[in-house]
Structure formats: structure tokens, C-alpha cells
Design a protein around this ligand. Sequence first.
Ligand code: ZN
Length: 258
Amino acid sequence: MKKFLSLAVASLAVTAIASSVFASGDGPGVTSDEAYDKMKEGNERFVSGKMLYPNYDRQRRFETAKGQHPFVTVIGCSDSRVPIEAIFDQGIGDTFIIRVAGNVCDTDEIGSIEYGVDHLGTPLLVVLGHESCGAVTAVVKEADVHGSIPALVDNIEPAVEHAKKLHPRLSPDDLVPFAVRANVMQSIEDLLTHSDSVRERAKDHRVRIVGAVYDLETGKVSWLGEHPRMGSLLKAPTVDAHGGDHGHDDDHAGGPTH
Ligand SMILES: [Zn+2]
């Protein structure tokens, strides 16, 4: 009994630490449609140069210091030309953001998304790729990469293979935009294949997951919608091992590249 109690206390302590780091779990009080509209409207303001720069004042800092209630989780590329709060004209406490080269969904990124979607309860998740992505281009052009980069870009390889299969005659430069779109869908697939909690939330319509691609010159975000095989991905069992096991079925064909 004593052992049970000490275990219970220990687990409460862990929960308390997790809650304090990643408060607060109440959700933002907006629907996925409202969250989607906020993102679309924010990008339209950015494109037209009519930004509101919302939620950057002292009052907002005080409010959000007590707990965060972001309305969207976004995973995007680390590229310096894709500053996510700026391109959606959002401020402090609005967006829970993961940035990683090539917007890949591997273990750490999926864990971060689970904090945003499952713990903070954001009703919307945006997987954001961008035109001329260096990470995607490196894979398309089979660049010689070193250090830890091969482990990063292996997440992108199935997407590039898929784009090549659909567009076998394109030059590497012309293939990049298709590979960028396929890579957004690959990230959604990797996430749903490996995250039970996000998959359950998506199944229950507690989170809507959409892909998008940002144009570096115009500043415009093109919305790609849901993954074309969303129905079957929501049924998919979790794969045990992560990394290097990204299958790519033929039924993906015709999906992401529109
Ligand atoms: Zn990039």
C-alpha cells in the first residue's frame, strides 16, 4: 500500500511538472472552422500589407504568462524566410509552432505536435511546406549530406520518390514544387501513423489537419486541404519502429500534387 501511495504521489508530481511546463489543457474556445478562418484572414492581411500585429502588447504578455491557449498548432520549415507568426499575422500565445528543416514529422516533432494538439487542445493543425525548400531540394537533387542531416532527410525521401513516380519526365528543378506538396502529405501520414492521440482526436473531429504551402515571393499560403487518404490513415495501426519505415503505397498516387 505504501509503495502504491508513493507511486501515486510520484505520478502526480510528474503530472504537475508537465502541466506547469505545458499549461493548460482547457483549449482555446474556438472551433476548427474559426481557427482556419483566423489563419486564412491573417495570411491575407500579410499578403496585402495590412497587418494588425495582434496580441503583442504588455497586457497580452501578462495574460498569457498565466497559461497558454493557442488556437492552432503549426509545423513548418526552419527556413528564415518562413516566419510563421508573421505570415499568419498572429501574436503572443496564438500559435503553437514546431519548426524543423523540411517540416518533417519524426519522433521529437510528433511529441511536440501532441503537446499542441492533445494537451493544449488546438482544434486545428497546419502542416506548412514552402516553395524552394532547401531540404526537399537536397533530396530531389540527391545532394551529398553529412552529419545528422541524412537522418533528417530520410523522412523526405518517400515524398520525393512519390513525386518522381507521378512526374517521371520532369527535371529536378521542375520536380521540386511537386515534391514539396508530397512532403507536406508525407508529414501528415507519418504523424497519423505514429501518434495514437492525434489520430484519435482527428477521428473524433476534435482536431482538423490540413496541409498548406507558402510562396516565398508573394507571401501567399495555398491551402491543400486534408490528406487524400485521410480515411484509411485514421484506421491505420501504429507502426512500432519509427524512422526509415515510411511505406508509400500506390494508392497515394494523384493525391497531394494539386
Ligand atoms: Zn524549407
